[in-house]
Ligand binder design. Sequence first.
Ligand code: 5GP
Ligand code: ZN
Length: 136
Amino acid sequence: MSDCIFCMLANGAIPTAKLYEDEHFAVILDANPASKGHALILPKEHHANLFEMPDELAAEAFILAKKIASRMKDALKCDGFNIVQNNGEAAGQTVFHFHIHIIPRYEGSERIVAWKPGTLTDDLRSEILEKFQSAE
Ligand code: 5GP
Ligand code: ZN
């Protein structure tokens, strides 16, 4: 995709500091980091989201996320990670080229991945199970 910013960053059409690169992926620093070390795993091939990724490439992406986070932990001495992967505008995706956020977390910093807990009622549980099973 010639007008996709992540295609350009992953394939070197726009220079950026790369933490890591291999045949299929580039890992870059997020331009608006949620924390020190916030990185993005980008496939070099354009796929809009997880559902458009070939299974093998998706598996490779999450294995790479584990590797990058492990190395980041040693390098930056962070205390935890949020691994975030948004799909679709409704989920907050703003760049429609698959990416995984690796967000190092540090003791004492505020929670950034949070939601207001709801209640799983009996009706809701039955409705979801029924719909999910019939969608097989
Ligand atoms: P999304 O909301 O789609 O999951 O995340 C997109 C991420 O891409 C955001 O965290 C945003 O800061 C980052 N981003 C957007 N444009 C650029 C860019 O040109 N360079 C870099 N390094 N990061 C970007
Ligand atoms: Zn792209």
